[in-house]
Structure formats: C-alpha cells, structure tokens
Write a protein that binds this ligand. Structure first.
Ligand SMILES: Cc1cc2nc3c(=O)[nH]c(=O)nc-3n(C[C@H](O)[C@H](O)[C@H](O)COP(=O)(O)O)c2cc1C
Length: 173
C-alpha cells in the first residue's frame, strides 16, 4: 500500500495520551499540511490556536467537553477557526466551501500527525461551548470555532475497527 493510503487507512482517533511532550516542529509540520489544503477561491479561510505550553489552559479547555477525562491529558490542543473575514458574499456558497476547506485542512493535519507517530482526535462536541473557548483564548468574534484537535503520543493503541466499504455509498453511471 502506498504511504498516503496507509496513513489514511491506519489513522484512528486516539483518546488516551502519554505525558510525553510534543515537539513544536511537529505541530508546525501539521500546520503546514493544513495550509496546503485546497480552499474555495484559494481564500484559505482557516486560523489556528495552538495550546501546548499552558497546562492550566489545556485543563480549562478540556472542561468544556464531556470528553475532559482524556482531553486534559493531551500534550497539545489545536483550536481550528473559520475566519469570517474570508467570507465574500459575491462568491456563491462560500460558507459551505470554507467549512469544507477547513475539513480538508483538519484531515491533512490528522494524517501528517499520524505519520509523525502522534495520536489525534477531532473534537466536535466542544462546539456547544464555542463562545467559552473563544473567551478562554481571547479570540475575536469573527473567528468561528470549527473544532478542537487533541494531539499527543498515544497512551494505548486505539481499537482497530474494520470500516465497511460498501457499494451502497456510490452510484456508478
Ligand atoms: C466532525 C467530527 C467531529 C467529531 N467529534 C468528536 C468528538 O467530539 N469526540 C470524539 O471522541 N470523537 C469525535 N470525532 C471522531 C469520530 O468519532 C471518529 O473519527 C469516528 O468514530 C471514526 O473513528 P476513527 O477516527 O478512529 O476512524 C469527530 C469526528 C469528526 C469528523
């Protein structure tokens, strides 16, 4: 299997982390991968906030999700935002395109992290507390929270799940 496909197939959401710190360069590599994602009209609507030095802040952010028992152990959290300043009303469906681009950027980050031996989890559940996340990070209202990613060295191997690839997801014409 080529390496891209092997990272796609072998990446699993990781929900347990060791205490080992992550290297800032690895996080920079993830952010570079995010920046190379495609985006509608190449508007690159993403912004990121990396929390890896301030343990108290990690704990406070973790408390905003029902998954706090393992999110608090992540060596790094990356909050991902859609920058509303990149919304151009002259471009049809630009909001949908920006959300899709941010999904692509996140997937790039997860795959690169996997290649670096890091475990990640995409946390959407925290979106219910988007305002509180912005308050904790002192982030302006024109940045809309899209996700928080937990990053760290895997504490245990995640369950390997066989994904069912079925013909039901595709129509061939
Ligand atoms: C938009 C989105 C939101 C998600 N939110 C959460 C979440 O809040 N908590 C969590 O543990 N996993 C979350 N996940 C991870 C999914 O549960 C996970 O990707 C899915 O179960 C498949 O498992 P895998 O990533 O190991 O292949 C989210 C994934 C996506 C794409």
């Amino acid at each position: 299997m080529d390496s891209i496909m092997s990272h796609i197939v072998n990446r699993r959401s990781v929900r347990a982390y060791t205490a080992k710190k992550v290297d800032r360069n690895d996080i920079l590599t993830m952010l570079t991968a995010a920046s190379w994602a495609p985006s509608g009209n190449n508007l690159q609507p993403w912004k990121f906030c990396v929390i890896m030095e301030d343990a108290e802040l990690i704990k406070n952010l973790a408390s905003l999700t029902v998954y706090q028992n393992w999110v608090k152990d992540a060596a790094c959290l990356i909050a991902v935002f859609l920058d509303a300043r990149a919304l151009d009303n002259n471009i049809p469906d630009i909001y949908i395109k920006h959300v899709q681009a941010i999904g692509a950027a996140i997937q790039n980050m997860l795959l690169v992290a996997h290649g670096l031996g890091l475990g990640t989890c995409w946390i959407g559940e925290i979106l219910k507390n988007a305002d509180k996340v912005r308050d904790l990070l002192n982030i302006a209202a024109d940045l809309q929270l899209m996700a928080v990613l937990s990053v760290g060295y895997p504490g245990k191997d995640p369950k390997s799940r066989r994904k069912i690839v079925s013909e039901n997801i595709v129509g061939w014409f």
